[in-house]
Design a protein around this ligand. Structure first.
Ligand SMILES: [Zn+2]
Length: 209
């Protein structure tokens, strides 16, 4: 895919599948509104589209994508909280039952954070990646003698845990988790090995799902 024209051709195929024939999917989605039960926080990375990777249909997932699939802590400084606003809508209005933070291998945002390659002109990115500073410090300390690939993998996975912790700083998320109506999950898509891993809180490690 390299041109908008190819995307328009793609839409024509999509339209033929869902609108030209007697396909009820969008008719139901329009009549009933969206009712996704799962919210996914994923990276902007072009290789990790959750709907494609998890083989979902329109209406299945409420998706938030940002650089390095990070969840900021709940705070009221600043003015424009895109991720927090989308979380609020998904949790408080759509009443999703699950939030999955979906990290991935070879994440450019995490790479920049670990390698300290964020320049001043990347002010938005460096400020944003500061959310994962604790993950960077922990993986650099614990994997100081390991290769850079192991350190990056550890940081990508630690950043997922930071986001899970930050989710619990939103009172309307904490309340629902404690009531048992909302479950949080940390998943990691290994784009090199073609594996999906999930964080096992009891074993305190990521395991193949
Ligand atoms: Zn990424």
């Amino acid at each position: 895919m390299s041109s908008p024209g190819q995307l328009i051709e793609g839409f024509a195929r999509f339209r033929k599948k869902h609108f030209a024939r007697d396909d009820a999917l969008f008719r139901v989605l329009v009549e009933q509104g969206q009712t996704p039960r799962i919210l996914v926080v994923a990276c902007c990375d072009a290789r990790v589209d959750p709907a494609l990777v998890l083989d979902c249909a329109p209406g299945d997932l409420f998706v938030i994508r940002n650089v390095a699939n990070l969840v900021p802590p709940a705070e009221n400084q600043g003015h424009y909280h895109g991720t927090s606003a989308a979380l609020e809508f998904g949790v408080c209005k759509l009443n999703v039952g699950h939030i999955i933070v979906l990290g991935h291998a070879h994440c450019g945002g995490i790479h920049a954070l670990l390698e300290g390659k964020m320049q001043k002109e990347d002010a938005f990115i460096s400020e944003w990646m500061g959310i994962a500073a604790a993950a960077s410090e922990r993986s650099s300390r614990e994997f100081a003698d390991a290769g850079s690939a192991a350190r990056h993998r550890a940081c990508e996975q630690q950043a997922i845990l930071v986001s899970l912790d930050n989710l619990m700083t939103f009172p309307w998320i904490r309340e629902r988790v404690e009531q048992g109506t909302l479950a949080l999950h940390g998943w990691y898509f290994d784009i090199e090995r073609g594996e999906l891993l999930g964080y096992n809180t009891a074993a305190r490690q990521f395991e193949v799902l």
